[in-house]
Design a protein around this ligand. Structure first.
Ligand code: A4P
Ligand code: MG
Length: 184
């Protein structure tokens, strides 16, 4: 089993709802266990145009190898209508592998740790929320990178999810199911 971290973003359609549905979809996968989910943040687009993004970070435990995890992320993106008309185009859903244990991978189709995660408040802030002492292999403590991204607009829009971790859900209401059939 490997502890992995995913960065999830969306800025097209009902982005905030899609983010929530995507986390539910991931949590339904037998091949992984969601350990923690950050708050949802509204963030200014970085190196991209379009509407504000909604972003969150998920920490999970998985028996998948890293390439199967990437394939799963891409299937979930596709399920939620992801299209790729051009680089950094607005998207219904983006799921990036941020960390995969202490692996350091540099191949044409997969780079881990994600090469831009250290420069982005929309990744660092939610990751440090989940784990203040997080260390990024090859880079060091994540919280030491926060001052350099302090000029990037990021605003918490939803309190931490109670579905994962110690505290039980308050109202017991089920999450909204995905609209177009079961998760992949
Ligand atoms: N790939 C390589 N490494 C990875 C990895 N660690 N995780 C490859 C996932 N994929 C990885 O990805 C393009 C290719 O990257 C894949 O085929 C895979 O083999 P993609 O999902 O099609 O495109 P992408 O995610 O847009 O590409 P990229 O380069 O990761 O974009 P970024 O750098 O993540 O930027 N601003 C805000 N506020 N919030 C955002 O979420 N996102 C981006 C995307 C730009 N600005 C943003 C946000
Ligand atoms: Mg991506």
């Amino acid at each position: 089993m490997t502890v992995a971290w995913l960065g999830i973003g969306a800025n097209l359609g009902d982005a905030r709802q899609t983010l929530k549905d995507a986390v539910v979809c991931l949590a339904q996968q037998h091949s992984l266990t969601v350990l923690a989910k950050s708050s949802v943040y509204r963030t200014a687009p970085i190196d991209a145009d379009g509407d504000d993004y909604f972003n969150c970070v998920v920490k999970l435990d998985t028996r998948l190898d890293v390439r199967d995890l990437l394939a799963l992320c891409q299937r979930v993106e596709h399920h939620f209508g992801r299209e790729r008309p051009f680089r950094n185009a607005p998207r219904t859903l983006d799921i990036d592998i941020l960390l995969f244990g202490d692996a350091m991978i540099d191949t044409p189709d997969l780079i881990v740790p994600h090469p831009r995660m250290t420069m982005r408040a929309f990744v660092l802030v939610p990751a440090v929320e989940i784990e203040p002492g997080l260390v990024i292999p090859g880079y060091g403590p994540a919280n030491a990178l926060l001052p350099a991204v302090a000029d990037q607009r990021i605003e918490k829009v939803k309190p931490p999810c109670q579905c994962f971790g110690a505290a039980p859900a308050i109202d017991g209401a089920p999450d909204t199911p995905t609209p177009d059939g079961p998760c992949p």
